[in-house]
Design a protein around this ligand. Structure first.
Ligand code: HEC
Ligand code: HEC
Length: 441
C-alpha cells in the first residue's frame, strides 16, 4: 500500500516537472493525472511492456500473440518509447526493423480494392510484411539481411564523410519465392517521443503548410498524405509512420498491434495469415475474439501519449545552432511551431507532410498518395533522449542507415538538396553548432 502511494507521488512529480520546449521559450506544463487516468496509464504501460503469449494460455488477458509476429511487446521495438535498436548484440538485424512488401498493381478489380483500403497491393503469399517469428506449429516467414557499401562525400572545405549505402535481402524464405516484382522497404521503429502532441495538432494547421506545386518557388513542396482510415472508413489526413499512411495515434497503434504482434482489435479484427498460409489460418484461437479490446487499446494510446517532454538546457551554442538551422532552411520542413487542440505550444521540428527526398533515399514503394521517393518529415524533438535512455547511439533515417546526425543530413536529396548544400557550405564551426543543437533538442 505504502509503496503504491509512493510510486504514485513520484509519478505525479514527473508530471509537475514536465516542461515543453517551444519556439525558444520553455513552458512548464503541470499535468496531473486523476486516479482514474493514473490507473489507465498503468494498464497501458503493462500492455506496452509485458510480453504477450500465444493462445491458448492461462493468462487470457495477454494471449493472442501471432500466429505470425515480429515481436511480443511494443517495448521490444520502441524501448521505453524511444527509437528501435538496429542491430542485435550478435550483429544481426534486430526485430525493430521491419521488412515490408508490396507488388505493382495489375489494375484488376482485386488490386484496385486492395489499393483503396491499403494504399498498395501486398505480396500475395507473405502479405504486407515479413514476420520473423511465429507461434508453435506455424513457420516464421523469413530472415531480413543487410549489407553496406561505403559512399564517400566530400565537403567544399575538403572534409570527407563516409556514408553507408544499404543493400537488402530476404533469406530463409519459408513459404516459397517472393513474387518476382516484389517491392521491398525496410523501416526502423521510430521514437514515440511526443506522439500524443502530434496526434493533437489540427489537420488544418498541417494542411496550411502544404505547397504541392511550390508556388513560393523555394524548391520545397510539402504535401499531405490522404489515406483510408479503418476507424471511420473514410479518407483522411495521414499523420503517422514514415510515409504518413495512418491517420491517428489510435489507428497507428491498432495497425502495429495486428501487423507487428498479431493482436486483433475492433479496428483490425482478422489475423494476418494469407490464403496460402494454412497452418497460420488453422492455428488455435485465443478465448476472446478480440485480443486487445477497445478499453485496453485506449489505455496503450493513453500511456504512449502521456509521456513527459524533457527540459532543454538552452546554452549559447544551442541557440546559435538553432539560429543556423533556421537560416539555412532546415526549418522549412522541420517546422518548429504548432499549437495543439489543447492549446499547448509545441516545437516538434516536423511539418507532418511528405517530401520527395531524392533517389538515394527512395524505396520505390508508394502508400496512398506518397510516392516511392516521398517521406514524411520526422519530428526531431527528443532526438537527444534515445542514447540517454537506451545507452546506445541511435541509428537515423527510415532504415537506420545513418550512424549520426551529420550522416542523416548528407543523405538528404530531392526537395532538400539545396538546403543540404547550404549545410555543406557552412564552415566547420557552424556545422558543429547545428549538430550541437540537434544533440540537445
Ligand atoms: C516489431 C517491431 C515493432 C513493434 C512490436 C511495434 N512497433 Fe511501432 N513501429 C515500428 C515500425 C517499424 C514503425 C514505422 C512503420 C512504418 O513507417 O511503416 C512503427 C511506428 C509506430 C508509431 C508511429 C510513430 C510516428 O511518429 O509516426 C507508433 C505511434 C507506434 N509504432 C506505436 C507502437 C505501439 C503502441 C506498439 C505496441 C502495440 C508498437 N508500436 C509495436 C515497429 C514496431
Ligand atoms: C524538404 C524537407 C526537408 C528539409 C529541408 C530538411 N529535412 Fe531533414 N528530413 C526530412 C525527411 C523527409 C526526413 C526523413 C528521410 C528518411 O528517413 O528517408 C528527414 C530526416 C532528418 C533527420 C533524421 C531524423 C530521424 O528521425 O531519423 C535529421 C537529423 C534531419 N532530417 C535534419 C535536418 C537538417 C539539419 C536539415 C537542414 C540542413 C534538414 N533536415 C532539412 C525532410 C527535410
Amino acid at each position: 500500500m505504502m509503496l503504491q502511494t509512493l510510486k504514485k507521488q513520484n509519478y505525479n512529480l514527473i508530471f509537475l516537472l514536465v516542461a515543453i520546449f517551444a519556439t525558444s521559450e520553455i513552458m512548464a506544463q503541470n499535468k496531473k493525472l486523476s486516479d482514474e487516468e493514473y490507473d489507465k496509464y498503468i494498464l497501458g504501460r503493462s500492455f506496452f511492456a509485458i510480453p504477450w503469449v500465444e493462445a491458448p494460455s492461462a493468462t487470457t488477458a495477454r494471449d493472442g500473440l501471432g500466429p505470425l509476429f515480429n515481436a511480443n511487446t511494443c517495448n521490444s521495438c520502441h524501448p521505453k518509447n524511444t527509437r528501435g535498436i538496429l542491430f542485435n548484440e550478435n550483429g544481426d538485424l534486430s526485430r525493430a526493423i521491419i521488412a515490408k512488401l508490396s507488388i505493382p498493381s495489375n489494375n484488376s478489380k482485386e488490386h484496385k480494392e486492395l489499393i483503396y483500403k491499403n494504399g498498395l497491393v501486398p505480396e500475395p503469399v507473405y502479405g504486407g510484411q515479413i514476420a520473423i517469428n511465429a507461434i508453435h506449429g506455424v513457420k516464421f516467414e523469413a530472415t531480413p539481411k543487410v549489407t553496406y557499401e561505403e559512399k564517400v562525400i566530400k565537403f567544399p572545405d575538403g572534409k570527407i564523410q563516409k556514408l553507408l549505402k544499404p543493400t537488402y535481402q530476404i533469406d530463409n524464405l519459408q513459404y516459397g519465392q517472393l513474387h518476382k516484382d516484389t517491392i521491398l522497404t525496410f523501416r526502423l521503429a521510430p521514437s514515440l517521443y511526443g506522439v500524443g502532441f502530434l496526434d493533437d495538432i489540427k489537420d488544418e494547421d498541417i494542411l496550411a503548410n502544404e505547397d504541392e506545386f511550390d508556388k513560393d518557388n523555394d524548391g520545397i513542396s510539402g504535401r499531405a498524405n490522404i489515406v483510408y482510415s479503418n476507424i471511420t472508413n473514410k479518407y483522411e489526413l495521414g499523420k503517422f509512420s514514415w510515409k504518413a499512411n495512418l491517420t491517428t495515434l489510435k489507428h497507428q497503434i491498432a495497425n502495429a498491434a495486428i501487423n507487428d504482434m498479431g493482436l486483433t482489435t475492433s479496428i483490425y479484427p482478422k489475423d494476418t495469415c494469407t490464403k496460402k498460409q494454412t497452418a497460420c489460418l488453422n492455428a488455435p484461437k485465443a478465448r476472446d475474439a478480440i485480443d486487445l479490446p477497445d478499453h485496453r487499446l485506449e489505455a496503450v494510446e493513453f500511456f504512449v501519449s502521456n509521456q513527459k517532454l524533457h527540459k532543454i538546457n538552452e546554452t549559447k551554442e544551442f541557440k546559435k545552432g538553432y539560429e543556423l538551422f533556421k537560416q539555412i532552411g532546415c526549418i522549412k520542413c522541420h517546422v518548429d511551431s504548432f499549437v495543439t487542440k489543447a492549446g499547448t505550444k509545441i516545437a516538434p521540428f516536423t511539418d507532418m507532410l511528405l517530401h520527395d527526398m531524392g533517389e538515394d533515399l527512395a524505396d520505390g514503394r508508394s502508400e496512398f498518395k506518397a510516392t516511392g521517393s516521398e517521406w514524411r518529415t520526422p519530428a526531431l524533438w527528443g532526438l537527444s533522449l534515445n542514447e540517454k535512455i537506451t545507452g546506445k547511439k541511435p541509428r537515423l533515417l527510415h532504415d537506420g542507415r545513418a550512424r549520426d546526425v551529420q550522416e542523416a543530413i548528407l543523405w538528404h536529396g530531392g526537395e532538400a538538396k539545396t538546403i543540404k548544400e547550404n549545410y555543406m557550405k557552412l564552415d566547420k564551426k557552424d556545422r558543429e553548432f547545428i549538430l550541437k543543437f540537434l544533440s540537445e533538442v
